[in-house]
Ligand binder design. Structure first.
Ligand code: PLP
Length: 462
């Protein structure tokens, strides 16, 4: 019998799920006693589960993805039309939406030039790592192959993307890791490694230079950074950081790879997070919001200079980028991405993000004034978070059980919020919000009020 999205036996579906589906990032032991959540419908910023409960989604599909909101029939229509015309052909050849989307995307990224398609953020990052390794092989006899990443940043789930990830708990038990990835210190000023200093941004950036010199600048090929650290606790790099980072990359001939998997496509109020800071990257990777989850698509975008490093006469048999992603040839991705971008433009969503983001930050600062347990509120656009602490003076982080309890309380009240999730030993203490770019004050008030109620019950001032 054909599956009909509107007709299913919800009890049966929950039973099927409970019996056979292995959920992501989830301990399943509790499902011996209770049902897992099964989401069956989404519209705007709201989703419904199989039991008929309605939720306001403050995290765009739980992981910063559904940027333009649920139920966009114009994206679905474009994908359907494309699929019946041509669903797939390997990206060894071009196709219509891939060409059209590439041009539109590059028009928003001055200085960038080429788009390489694949289908997840991890994979887009793997492509960038392979580009660095091959450039090292072609130009530097393999020596300049190391890739630096930052403590607290996340770059994906595959073993090599995890090798480039600065989150202890995410990596724990999955080693050994790919060699040649080296960590640099985080740049979270609230958690300053040097106490209270005026030039924190400069110091944190200078630490990168220290690592480069310790490793040997002639062994370091690239630096991979999130523009604003996402799952690591919503960390906006401090003043002075990016200028110095770029200076260092130039000085030592190191490629700058910006991971925009979360910040890309409007989340922070500009098309890309790095565009707030005057950064000129060599490579930019993106996924999640590129098609808002209407299709799987990721992109590794490079400058023409990086691209040209692979252009050679045919007799250089190993000279070109010998990489393929089967599903990078699915046309649904760029077809959805094209309409996704048009929606962001037509509905002025970048301006909305800036305005509503300020409102949301203001309201969260209001919560901080009310609850001592909030130690720091931070973020940009509709990408914000706050840290829970035992004591504002010592900044001792709260145990993750409080963040979990706040999430459960909000869920009970029909609001889905996010939190740092088994990322660090002691810093799973950040509540994260990333509502769809269409959010209005009405929805933001519902979200903040749910947090207010949860904090009043679970963490009232002494
Ligand atoms: C900054 C960042 N990079 C990369 C990834 C990996 O993306 P994916 O899960 O699509 O492989 C994520 C996922 O959360 C991310 O937050």
């Amino acid at each position: 019998m054909a599956y009909n999205v509107n007709e299913f036996d919800s009890q049966q579906v929950v039973a099927q799920d409970r019996k056979h589906v292995w959920h992501h990032l989830t301990q399943h032991k509790p499902f011996e006693e209770k049902d897992p959540m099964v989401i069956v419908k989404g519209l705007g910023m709201r989703v419904w589960d199989a039991k008929g409960n309605e939720y306001l989604d403050a995290v765009s599909g739980a992981v910063w993805t559904v940027n333009v909101g649920y139920g966009r029939t114009e994206i679905a229509d474009a994908v359907r039309d494309q699929l019946v015309t041509l669903n797939y052909f390997a990206q060894t050849a071009g196709n219509v939406p891939a060409a059209q989307f590439a041009e539109k995307l590059i028009s928003k990224m001055p200085g960038m030039s080429r788009v390489y398609y694949s289908n997840s953020g991890s994979e887009a990052n793997e492509k960038a790592f392979k580009i660095v390794r091959q450039i090292a092989a072609k130009k530097y006899g393999g020596k300049k192959h190391k890739i630096l990443f930052r403590e607290r940043d996340y770059h994906g789930t595959t073993i090599t993307a995890l090798s480039a990830t600065g989150q202890f708990e995410r990596k724990n038990q999955y080693g050994p890791f790919t060699p040649g990835f080296v960590e640099v210190p985080h740049c979270c000023e609230y958690r300053s490694q040097w106490g209270d200093v005026d030039d924190y941004g400069l110091r944190a950036a200078n630490e990168i230079e220290r690592v480069i010199l310790a490793e040997g600048a002639d062994t370091v090929g690239a630096l991979c950074l999130e523009p604003i650290t996402a799952g690591g606790g919503v960390i906006e790099p401090p003043q002075g950081y990016w200028d110095r980072v770029q200076e260092i990359c130039k000085k030592y001939d190191i490629l700058l790879h910006i991971d925009e998997v979360v910040c890309g496509l409007g989340r922070t109020g500009k098309w890309f997070g790095y565009q707030h800071y005057g950064v000129k990257p060599d490579m930019v990777t993106m996924a999640k919001g590129v098609a808002s989850g209407y299709a799987a698509i990721s992109c590794t975008v490079t400058t023409e200079e990086v691209f040209n490093a692979f252009k050679e006469d045919d007799d250089a048999r190993m000279g070109y980028f010998r990489d393929i992603s089967t599903f990078g040839g699915c046309t649904a991705g760029p077809a959805a991405a094209l309409v996704n971008m048009q929606i962001i433009e037509n509905e002025n969503l970048l301006e909305n993000v800036t305005q509503q983001g300020e409102y949301l930050l203001g309201r969260l600062n209001g919560l901080m004034a009310k609850y001592d347990v909030i130690g720091d509120v931070r973020g940009k656009g509709l990408f914000v978070g706050f840290e829970l602490v035992k004591d504002r003076e010592t900044k001792e982080p709260m145990d993750e059980s409080l963040a979990i309890a706040i999430g459960a309380h909000c869920m009970q009240n029909g609001v889905i919020i996010g939190r740092t999730n088994r990322s660090f030993k002691e810093f799973n203490n950040t509540i994260c919000l990333s509502p769809a770019l269409i959010a209005t004050k009405v929805e933001l008030d519902i979200i903040v009020n749910a947090l207010d109620e949860a904090l009043a019950e679970l963490a009232p001032n002494a």
